[in-house]
Write a protein that binds this ligand. Structure first.
Ligand SMILES: NC(=O)c1ccc[n+]([C@@H]2O[C@H](COP(=O)([O-])OP(=O)(O)OC[C@H]3O[C@@H](n4cnc5c(N)ncnc54)[C@H](O)[C@@H]3O)[C@@H](O)[C@H]2O)c1
Length: 268
């Protein structure tokens, strides 16, 4: 039975990916910063009948000792780790660079960028010993050089995550580790992430224009997770990019926008 470890997986995309892996018979390790939320997520996950096991482990990705602890925990429970996903991430407050505090900037870089770098570094050390495994990092706004007011530091982190992941894939190939490295590109998902900065610390007030774009291009995370996980399960290539919202799909969504009935932000 195979094992997947996902950081930041008590909710959102990480949690939805865990559900799809479980449906496919994978043992799952959910990890996040809050034990209570993890316990609740585990109960929810176990509603999906499966011969596989689900475990939880608190891990703040800004602390490398937590990441090492998560790796040791997964190994102790399940032996080897087949897939590791650096998914934990936060959005930034909707401010220009000079309006952000130093703490806000540090949080975004530490979680979104350094969390992925340290997670990759530490799990690669283990997977290189196994001589197999797969590491995936999550792209986001900015990965393709797009820019907009209020996403500068987040975009910088995600642009860097893309470069870093490609560089890691190259190193893995050159050093013959046997480990594949890839990127997951989830597009726009309707999760707490898009309406809350820095975890749940600060509300982001989406403009009507932004909501309109999200209604056209956005999806709930379960839909995206299904696509991404099936892509990961099939993938055997190093340096793969598994992309949900391709340019072609986005163009089609805009062309058919007049028929789009989705309203993710409707008051219930
Ligand atoms: N929602 C989107 O539109 C979107 C688009 C592109 C990429 N992404 C990326 O997808 C990933 C998941 O986002 P989501 O939409 O599911 O967000 P989310 O806010 O629903 O979930 C993120 C999870 O990460 C956890 N987390 C935050 N800081 C952490 C830390 N220091 N250590 C460990 N866990 C931590 C949170 O507690 C939360 O459970 C992120 O990397 C995000 O950048 C999201």
């Amino acid at each position: 039975m195979k094992t997947v470890v996902i950081t930041g997986s008590a909710r959102g995309l990480g949690f939805e990916m865990a559900k799809v892996f479980r449906k496919n018979g994978y043992n799952t390790v959910l990890s996040d910063i809050n034990l209570e939320r993890l316990e609740q997520a585990k109960r929810e996950l176990e509603k999906i009948e499966s011969a596989a096991s689900a475990e939880i482990c608190v891990c703040n990705v800004t602390a490398s000792e937590d990441i090492s602890g998560l790796i040791a925990f997964a190994k102790e429970k399940f032996g080897e780790i087949d897939i590791w996903i650096n998914n934990a991430g936060v959005n930034q407050p909707e401010k220009a660079v000079w309006e952000l505090t130093e703490d806000e900037i540090n949080a975004v870089i530490d979680i979104d960028l350094k969390g992925a770098v340290m997670g990759s570094r530490l799990v690669m050390q283990e997977m290189a010993k196994q001589k197999r495994g797969a590491i995936y990092n999550i792209e986001g706004y900015g990965s393709n050089d797009a820019m907009m007011l209020g996403l500068s530091v987040y975009g910088t982190s995600k642009r860097a995550v893309t470069y870093f992941t490609q560089a890691l894939a190259k190193e893995s190939a050159e050093k013959n580790t046997g480990v594949i490295v890839g990127r997951l590109s989830p597009g726009i998902m309707i999760t707490d992430f898009i309406t809350n900065a820095l975890g749940n610390k600060e509300k982001i007030n989406l403009s009507e224009k932004t909501k309109k774009v999200y209604n056209i291009l956005g999806d709930y995370p379960d839909v995206v997770a299904d696509f991404l996980v099936n892509g990961m399960i099939k993938n055997t290539q190093n340096n793969a990019k598994i992309e949900w919202l391709t340019n072609k799909k986005a163009a089609w969504r805009f062309m058919t926008a007049a028929f789009n009935k989705r309203d993710f932000f409707k008051e219930s």
